[in-house]
Design a binder for this molecule. Structure first.
Ligand code: JFZ
Length: 423
């Protein structure tokens, strides 16, 4: 009888993103990370002179066409007095997030480290002079959390030679190549030489960048830190792994990939309170990992650096679920079963896992035809509850009558799952 292929045997189809970077090992094992969108856009928090921004909080300068010199005044009000990097990273640990990506510089050009290239930063123009990149990188290192940096390499709405600001600057006079060589690469050098190991550079919105320019950025990063991963939004099909559209994932992806996910309806802090529940996030994680991908879930701290308490509660509930069921997520690969009506599957070298969203009303969970199982357990806080397994003509059936489903997402661990040769 052919065993269900060990997930380790499921090779990642070669695609332009899955190069041979050895660092992909930690990325594949980590599966779940924290995205942190924080900057001066958290101060207006979606409103400018009483007018709401139509887009997400971090796009307010662009969408309300705020003049750069007016917007840059926000730096003087950047007051992270509630910000504690150890609290933020401890929250990631409690949530079960094993890597963290911080917006070092988003499209508005505000920098969260003492860069020589501009005074529009959390150290120069901001009164408290905090090196946020330094504080978070240190807290991550102390807790064994991989540290990555988001860097907007094409858009910079406060720089005349970058893309994105056509209300202050004349697009016809931009020297984009000069911006990349004289501003972007020197800033990347500051970030990749000043803060120890950087595990990931998360580039974004590569529209308008040439293949040579994307290649030049990848080479620049890997020259400074060869094992630093580069995401797919460096542009032109390059990067160490594929990046999906925001809050989306493909049905049948190949290779290594990651979906960025908002915790509510915006990346940067606003008054949006549409917090995604722990169940919704667990389903997203289950779907992604069952297809061989990662989830980068966002927090948007407020203007003083605090993560909204309603989101903290959901993150801690996710962390509790991963305490119980993390064996089905961390260090697992695509599961052997596709298009399950009731959920998704992942696999480790020893087990196949079923992540069950639609708990059967009748009490039996019918596995795909032709699959036999030696034993099955529901993963719980107390460890696990053994489940009855019986074979029907079509294959294994799990008896769930009287078994309570998990409050977040039920996970069943199968031992000895194998395909039964057709009679
Ligand atoms: C970009 C940023 O503009 C946004 O502010 C946030 O940082 C997000 C993570 O990344 O937004 C995007 C980028 C790409 C797509 C959509 C939104 N896309 O490919 O559909």
């Amino acid at each position: 009888m052919a065993d269900i292929p060990d997930a380790g045997q499921i090779t990642f189809a070669q695609d332009p993103h899955s190069k041979s970077n050895p660092a992909l090992k930690w990325f594949r094992e980590a599966r779940f990370g924290m995205f942190v969108h924080w900057g001066v856009y958290a101060i207006p928090a979606g409103y400018w002179n009483g007018k709401p921004t139509p887009h997400m909080g971090e796009w307010i300068m662009h969408d309300l066409k705020i003049p750069a010199e007016e917007y840059k005044q926000l730096a003087a009000s950047f007051d992270p007095n509630d910000f504690d990097a150890t609290e933020l990273v401890d929250l990631a640990v409690r949530a079960g997030q094993r890597y963290l990506v911080l917006t070092a510089k988003h499209h508005d050009g505000f920098c969260l480290w003492p860069t020589e290239l501009t005074s529009f930063s959390s150290t120069a123009d901001a009164p408290l002079g905090r090196d946020i990149v330094g504080e978070i990188s240190q807290a991550c290192r102390e807790r064994g959390i991989k540290f990555g940096l988001y860097y907007s390499q094409t858009q910079d709405w406060t720089h005349p030679d970058a893309a994105g600001n056509d209300w202050d600057f004349d697009p016809e006079t931009k020297d984009f190549e000069g911006y990349l060589q004289e501003y972007v690469k020197p800033q990347l050098t500051e970030l990749l030489t000043g803060y120890g190991e950087i595990s990931l550079i998360w580039f974004d919105t590569p529209q308008g960048i040439t293949a040579q320019q994307s290649r030049d950025l990848v080479e620049h990063v890997h020259k400074l830190q060869p094992y630093c991963l580069v995401n797919g939004r460096v542009g032109n099909g390059l990067g160490d792994y594929g990046q999906t559209r925001d809050n989306e994932m493909p049905d049948e992806p190949s290779g290594d990939w990651e979906t960025p996910v908002t915790g509510n309806g915006t990346w940067g802090f606003t008054d949006n309170t549409e917090w995604k529940s722990a169940h919704e996030i667990a389903v997203t994680i289950a779907k992604a990992v069952s297809r061989g991908g990662n989830v980068l879930l966002n927090v948007g701290p407020d203007s003083h650096g605090a993560v909204p308490s309603a989101q903290v509660a959901e993150l801690e509930a996710i962390g509790g679920w991963l305490q119980r069921c993390g064996a089905s997520i961390y260090e697992t690969r695509r599961g052997p079963f596709r298009a399950l009506e009731w959920g998704w599957s992942t696999a480790s070298s020893d087990h196949v896992y079923l992540l069950v969203e639609n708990w059967p009303v009748q009490g039996d969970l019918v596995l795909p035809a032709g699959v036999s199982v030696e034993s099955a357990r529901l993963l719980t806080d107390a460890g696990a509850t053994s489940l009855g397994v019986h074979d029907s003509s079509g294959g294994a059936v799990l008896g769930l009558t009287g078994i309570e489903p998990d409050a977040v997402l039920s996970v069943i661990e199968l031992t000895g799952a194998r395909e039964v040769a057709p009679l």
